[in-house]
Design a protein around this ligand. Sequence first.
Ligand SMILES: Nc1ncnc2c1ncn2[C@@H]1O[C@H](COP(=O)(O)OP(=O)(O)OP(=O)(O)O)[C@@H](O)[C@H]1O
Ligand SMILES: [Mg+2]
Length: 239
Amino acid sequence: MIELTGVRRSFADGVVLDGLDLRVDAGEFVSLVGPSGCGKSTLLRLVAGLDRADGGEVVVAREEGLAYVFQDAHLLPWRTVEGNVALPLELAGERDVSPRVGAALTAVELAGVGHKYPAELSGGMRMRASIARALVKKPRLLLMDEPFAALDELTRQRLDERLRTLFLEQGLTVVFVTHSIAEATFLSTRVVVLSSRPARIVHDAPVDLPAERNAVTRGTPAFARVTADLVAALEEGEA
Ligand SMILES: Nc1ncnc2c1ncn2[C@@H]1O[C@H](COP(=O)(O)OP(=O)(O)OP(=O)(O)O)[C@@H](O)[C@H]1O
Ligand SMILES: [Mg+2]
């Protein structure tokens, strides 16, 4: 789905990516963790095609459909929730959009509030609306940059559970940036830990947990083991 080879990207203040290799296969849920400013968002933007590398190769199966979810919900305040979710379809000139909008809202458990405006929703609901908008065109690849960072812990855990279910049900491939080790462990099939810039991969390992995960999973010894390994890798990367 994604193949990065020797990718380089610099800005005026220096080198951010200096020859990075990363491959993501269809069906993986890969979380990227690493120190602030190491280049995670830069990497995601290159994959999305929102930015261009200075060198190396970025190959992404974009024809399979790709959606990007930002940390802020980025909803249009003058459109209802339905209107916001319908937007990608309308921009593509598609007709008879309401069944697909309804299905996307149901997938994120917002079926009852399509007629409301973003200002009438909680932060968690706005983020779910943003995810519905990302999913409405049925992308195979979903890129998410700290989507739940601004939410309270319980809301965040519930959205993690919802996202994990959507990942399994819809056969998505996800690349997810987070600062939360526990969130990365809960969601992912694989976690990639980056060093401080220029970002190097200091740890890249599958998450050895059952496919079906719920609130109980967070209390298991296996979960604690995976998070401890990730914390150790992060410390190594910051050293
Ligand atoms: N458009 C840009 N112009 C100039 N510098 C940039 C630009 N985008 C990113 N940078 C620089 O690249 C570095 C990496 O930024 P990036 O946003 O990728 O980090 P990050 O790992 O996502 O950090 P955080 O965890 O804080 O979100 C930073 O030093 C940043 O200042
Ligand atoms: Mg970032």
